[in-house]
Write a protein that binds this ligand. Structure first.
Ligand SMILES: *Cc1c(COP(=O)(O)O)cnc(C)c1O
Length: 427
């Protein structure tokens, strides 16, 4: 222990971080920009809790924005990663675990026949778009306002999550050329396509503008419209994949895309993403076909070990448990808001929950933005954080529960929520 260890505070670390890292963070939302205040610097985490460097413990509903579905530092994942690390951390040659995790994914998702592993959700969607363009020989892509697909150039328009929090419609440094072939459509309306469209990319449940479920007929309509003009359909299941249910959103809604993108849960908390499709489409990918895609750390042995350990625990019973936890959280918190007379809606699809401080659940980006930016969330956020409950530091994020969240944590959260709701109405 050196001397500075005793003086570590969130404030001191944040100040130092801001000298060395833009905004003090390695992903914008972590800087607390939209809620104000100083981020807590995590020292360790276990189960449903994170601990900061000042020794405070929080019930964690960030859960790394989705990956930590078993809870933090689950022994099975820790053991798998430690054992894998002892065998070497990266080889640049194929491994058995890559085959096993591919089989696990293909076995869960009807229609998914082949996958390629990458190191992030961004890479998964970026590569899936290239594959779709290469497969169709067309240029144009359609995305939906408020859907977030990572930070690759052509998809960085009208994005949710951190992009929306920064009040950006896109990003500086993205050339007009890079987005010239990107068409933005309103979520939950089936756009009319033509045969210039290569691909439609959608979050089957929008989870980066709060939580916005697809209205009845939306996903089915996209499927039909894509088929009509010969465009491909991508489901960006980076959040929904292996969190919603065994087979993800495609199974949940009974609509299959042409290409799936995965991330977050699939890596068990380590950097991993994946995209996949039928054998026919995936055969267009190098080395079989002419669409190039590669990665030094792709299929990384630590990530596949962690991912397999997580996936092997995600059976039907696990999803029922996760949904029960999410339901009790949603019911408890909704009740607290209603009793206090706070206008709030908490949409839920299975284990996915959102929170909007408004009367009716939005169905598209403008409504979600109006609710996210009305100033209530930041007061809610700090009220909860002061009481030891960490929600995401931004109103555009979904609420993530893990299998480690139990009735005790839910009850503590609801008690805190009652107090905060009373504060909100007090003005
Ligand atoms: C998080 C997310 C991404 C990007 O994944 P990264 O691992 O952060 O690159 C893409 N799509 C969706 C739907 C996401 O939620």
């Amino acid at each position: 222990m050196n001397e500075t260890d005793n003086t570590k505070t969130n404030q001191a670390l944040f100040e130092q971080a801001r000298q060395l890292i833009p905004g003090g963070v390695n992903s914008p939302v972590r800087a607390f920009g939209s809620v104000g205040g100083t981020p807590y610097f995590v020292e360790r985490a276990e189960g449903p809790h994170v601990h900061d460097v000042e020794g405070r413990r929080y019930i964690d509903y960030v859960q790394s924005y989705g990956p930590s579905i078993l809870g933090h530092a689950h022994p099975a994942i820790v053991d798998a990663v430690v054992a894998a690390a002892a065998r070497g951390t990266s080889y640049g040659a194929p491994t058995e675990n890559e085959v096993l995790i591919a089989a696990e994914m293909v076995g869960r998702v009807p229609g998914l026949e082949m996958v390629r592993l990458v190191s992030s959700g961004t890479e998964a969607v970026m590569s899936a778009i290239r594959l779709a363009r290469g497969t169709t020989g067309r240029d144009k892509i359609v995305k939906f306002a408020g859907n977030y697909h990572g930070h690759s150039d052509s998809l960085l328009v009208a994005g949710g999550s951190g992009v929306a929090q920064q009040g950006l419609i896109g990003s500086e440094g993205v050339t007009p050329g890079a987005v010239a072939d990107t068409i933005v459509a309103p979520y939950n309306e089936v756009p009319e396509l033509d045969d210039s469209i290569a691909v439609v990319v959608v979050e089957p449940i929008a989870a980066n503008m709060g939580l916005v479920a697809p209205v009845t007929g939306f996903l089915e309509g996209l499927r039909t419209e894509c088929d009509r003009v010969g465009a491909l359909l991508i489901f960006d299941e980076v959040i929904t994949g292996f969190r919603l249910c065994r087979g993800g959103a495609a199974e949940w809604y009974g609509v299959a895309p042409d290409i799936w993108c995965f991330g977050k849960v699939i890596g068990g908390g380590l950097p991993m993403g994946a995209f996949g499709a039928s054998t026919k489409i995936m055969s267009n990918l190098a080395p079989l076909g002419g669409v190039y895609q590669a990665g030094t750390l792709s299929g990384n042995p630590l990530a596949t070990a962690a991912g397999l350990a997580a996936m092997s625990r995600l059976d039907t019973a696990a999803y029922e448990q996760l949904t029960a936890i999410a339901t009790s959280l949603q019911e408890g918190m909704s009740g607290a808001f209603a009793n206090a007379g706070v206008a709030a809606v908490m949409p839920r699809v299975g284990p996915l929950v959102g929170l909007f401080f408004t009367d009716t659940a939005p169905t598209e980006f403008d409504g979600a933005k109006a609710a996210a930016d009305n100033g209530v969330y930041r007061r809610f956020f700090h009220g909860m954080l002061d009481r030891g409950v960490a929600f995401a530091p931004g109103a555009y994020e979904a609420i993530f529960v893990s299998l480690a969240h139990g009735p005790t944590q839910i009850e503590e959260t609801v008690v805190a929520c009652r107090e905060v709701a009373a504060e909100l109405t007090a003005g």
